[in-house]
Design a protein around this ligand. Sequence first.
Ligand code: NAP
Length: 248
Amino acid sequence: MTAQSRTEKTVALVTGANKGIGYEIAAGLGARGWSVGIGARDDDRREEAVRTLRAAGVDAFGVPLDVTDDASVAAAAQLVEEQAGRLDVLVNNAGVTGGMPQEPTLVTPETIRTVVETNVIGVVRVTNALLPLLRRSASPRIVNMSSSVGSLARQSATTDELSTGPVSAAYSPSKTFLNAVTVQYAKELQGTGILINLGCPGFVATDLNGFRGVRTPEQGAAIAIRLATLPDDGPTGGYFEDAGVIPW
Ligand SMILES: NC(=O)c1ccc[n+]([C@@H]2O[C@H](COP(=O)([O-])OP(=O)(O)OC[C@H]3O[C@@H](n4cnc5c(N)ncnc54)[C@H](OP(=O)(O)O)[C@@H]3O)[C@@H](O)[C@H]2O)c1
């Protein structure tokens, strides 16, 4: 696939696309005939994912990307510009938990810093670097992979670990922070045509939780694919799971 013919397709970039839910988001968008940038920080894991997706018929291209690194993110934006000249859909999927247990009375400042750096600041860093390319799209979409564990309404309504996750002073609050930042983006970008929304994949069996989740990565990817393909009159600044709106 040449950069020239890529400009005629819908172009997406998925961060953390080498495995788990991000990989399946890339596969799902690629199955629609889109060109998909596989954002991943590790060369071998990225190349392997690109190879597998291409073998399945997806127009995938590798994008070296560490969301915590300014230079890496700037280079990724430049690569997408060279490959496609614009970006239609950005899926900010990369995320870390910081490891459990994570009780507030025991958590280290370093754990909180690491998790926020990836799950919140990383999203802001990547989004702002890619915004000039998104602004060139006719129907730009941004999907931020959050989690229902970031819902303060759910956290304060129940102690059921299945709906709130374990007590967590870094991971869950990082998603609450991401939700808040996303609402601010939606306010600033109102009227620009850029729709930005939050998706929760449900409890998915991936490396993130030692494969304890009950859903498949493909099922987890569905909400992101839905939000990536919203019509122009679709919602913005919303927080969704498969079943509908999640309370803040
Ligand atoms: N699994 C669930 O039940 C669940 C539930 C709710 C929300 N989520 C969210 O869904 C998203 C995907 O999670 P997952 O379950 O698919 O986890 P995963 O299998 O652990 O995948 C996480 C991805 O993020 C990448 N990543 C981490 N830090 C990065 C960085 N600094 N720069 C670039 N990439 C980085 C990882 O790359 P490496 O391979 O290099 O580490 C990997 O590709 C996350 O935002 C997560 O919070 C997951």
